[in-house]
Design a protein around this ligand. Structure first.
Ligand SMILES: *[C@@H]1O[C@H](CO)[C@@H](O)[C@H](O)[C@H]1NC(C)=O
Ligand SMILES: *[C@@H]1O[C@H](CO)[C@@H](O)[C@H](O)[C@H]1NC(C)=O
Ligand SMILES: *[C@@H]1O[C@H](CO)[C@@H](O)[C@H](O)[C@H]1NC(C)=O
Ligand SMILES: *[C@@H]1O[C@H](CO)[C@@H](O)[C@H](O)[C@H]1NC(C)=O
Ligand SMILES: *[C@@H]1O[C@H](CO)[C@@H](O)[C@H](O)[C@H]1NC(C)=O
Ligand SMILES: *[C@@H]1O[C@H](CO)[C@@H](O)[C@H](O)[C@H]1NC(C)=O
Length: 393
């Protein structure tokens, strides 16, 4: 009779649990509605967790007391995980872990201290069939309660997650920006290795998120210059998995660096008699906002006009230069000197080059004279030969 009563008690408890679980099953998603009628424990754990097959999974978890029955941490306490994705029969069949077991199904280990209401759990080696919905139950003497309102949904992926690249700071030349790459770390016991195609071996850090899960990050500071524009930053993530193997994934971001005008130069684009049109060219990002023309006189520079092209009547020896300006900065071109009637482009810093040209101009008449003299000599020699030949009988 006593045994029968015990069986009935156990049965009714199980039936209660089953109905609660079924209730949760059909009401899933209606979290607040569930909590308002639920009297058992609540757990604080992420609702959804992604894991990588071949790697471990940490479930950060803590639980609260029951409303009616006080949890007594001095008693022997058991933590139990119940899986419901295969919920078909009676409730005990779905127990995938009981902290009293020496060897766990599913390689589950509750690493948190249950007496401190810490139900943090690790699955040592995820495989596809472990995906599903898990409920936590705590048993401590007469205190038995399932966190029916707080299931943990576990997904198992076969391939690694792409890391995330973030760039903080103003992406323009001469600025130092921080490039950070971060990767999900469901298994903090063997976090992913991360690297960037910038400098080798940046310092790796593991951060704890608000919900207790982890993120692995690396970061590097670079001082930008125009050469970084269009550069592809790649972050490589390497997750260790069972058997000494790795699963990898990359992320790529193209840098778009803004820079002040470069290679600014003034040139003649058109001549019509004494009328010339000057053009200012420059490479800039964002594009040049304004081109300003200056005439350089002995008393100083004078603003002459604005615009990419600038037309002017040639006046002997006048020099001009342009300044290209965008949102980042500006750059001044070398000077251009207009010479009448021949227009000669002369860069202010090429004085030496001009001297070279002048000296070669001087050499031309000398060479010509030398050539003529040699020809005359040759002619005389030929005549002399002829004479000698005709003299000999
Ligand atoms: C469980 O959570 C609900 C909603 O947040 C709250 O009303 C209830 O008091 C909690 N129960 C326990 C035992 O902490
Ligand atoms: C968990 O194990 C303990 C100790 O063996 C046992 O008393 C308890 O009934 C078990 N709980 C479940 C739900 O199997
Ligand atoms: C729970 O236990 C885990 C594993 O020992 C620990 O890392 C975590 O900080 C604990 N959580 C709380 C809230 O104490
Ligand atoms: C990068 O720059 C930030 C902000 O200036 C600084 O806090 C951080 O320590 C630097 N990191 C490295 C790796 O130099
Ligand atoms: C443009 O300017 C850069 C320096 O800013 C220089 O290295 C490069 O040679 C220049 N290119 C041309 C075509 O002048
Ligand atoms: C203007 O002329 C002066 C004197 O000849 C020279 O020093 C200066 O570099 C010139 N300015 C530019 C922008 O070329």
């Amino acid at each position: 009779m006593k045994g029968y009563k015990r069986v009935m008690a156990a049965l009714s408890e199980n039936v209660l649990t089953v109905s609660m679980l079924l209730c949760v099953f059909f009401l899933s998603g209606v979290q607040t509605a569930c909590h308002s009628t639920h009297k058992g424990i609540n757990i604080t754990a992420p609702r959804h967790l992604d894991s990588l097959s071949g790697s471990c999974l940490l479930i950060p978890c803590s639980f609260t007391d029951d409303k009616t029955m006080k949890f007594d941490s001095r008693r022997k306490t058991f933590g139990i995980w119940i899986k419901t994705s295969i919920f078909i029969g009676a409730y005990p069949q779905n127990i995938v872990h009981n902290s009293s077991w020496s060897k766990s199904k599913y390689g589950i280990n509750i690493i948190g201290s249950l007496s401190e209401k810490n139900c943090t759990t690790v699955f040592s080696h995820m495989i596809q069939s472990y995906r599903g919905k898990y409920f936590f139950r705590v048993e401590s003497g007469p205190f038995r309660s399932i966190a029916t309102c707080d299931p943990v949904h576990v997904k198992v992926k076969d391939s690694a997650w792409s890391p995330r690249i973030e760039i903080s700071g103003d992406v323009k030349e001469k600025n130092s920006v921080t490039i950070m790459c971060s990767a999900l770390t469901p298994c903090p016991q063997s976090p992913p290795g991360l690297s960037l195609n910038l400098q080798p071996n940046p310092h790796r850090q593991m951060q704890k998120n608000k919900d207790g899960t982890f993120t692995t990050t690396i970061q590097q500071n670079i001082t930008l210059s125009e050469i970084h524009d269009g550069y592809n930053i790649i972050c490589f993530a390497r997750y260790p998995v069972a058997g000494g193997k790795h699963k990898t994934a990359n992320a790529e971001v193209t840098l778009s660096v803004s820079y002040a005008p470069k290679n600014t130069s003034a040139s003649i684009s058109l001549t019509k008699g004494r009328w010339v049109e000057l053009r200012c060219s420059s490479r800039a990002k964002p594009p040049v906002r304004v081109f300003t023309w200056f005439e350089n006189t002995t008393t100083g520079a004078m603003k002459a006009g604005e615009g990419e092209n600038y037309g002017v009547q040639v006046t002997e020896g006048k020099t001009y230069y342009c300044v290209a300006t965008n949102d980042v900065g500006s750059q001044t071109s070398p000077e251009i000197r207009l010479i009448d009637p021949v227009i000669e482009i002369e860069l202010s810093n090429q004085v030496l080059g001009r001297k070279g040209i002048e000296s070669s101009k001087v050499q031309i008449p000398i060479l010509t004279a030398l050539g003529v003299m040699m020809l005359v000599c040759l002619f005389k020699i030929i005549i002399w030969f002829h004479k000698k030949r005709s003299e000999t009988p």
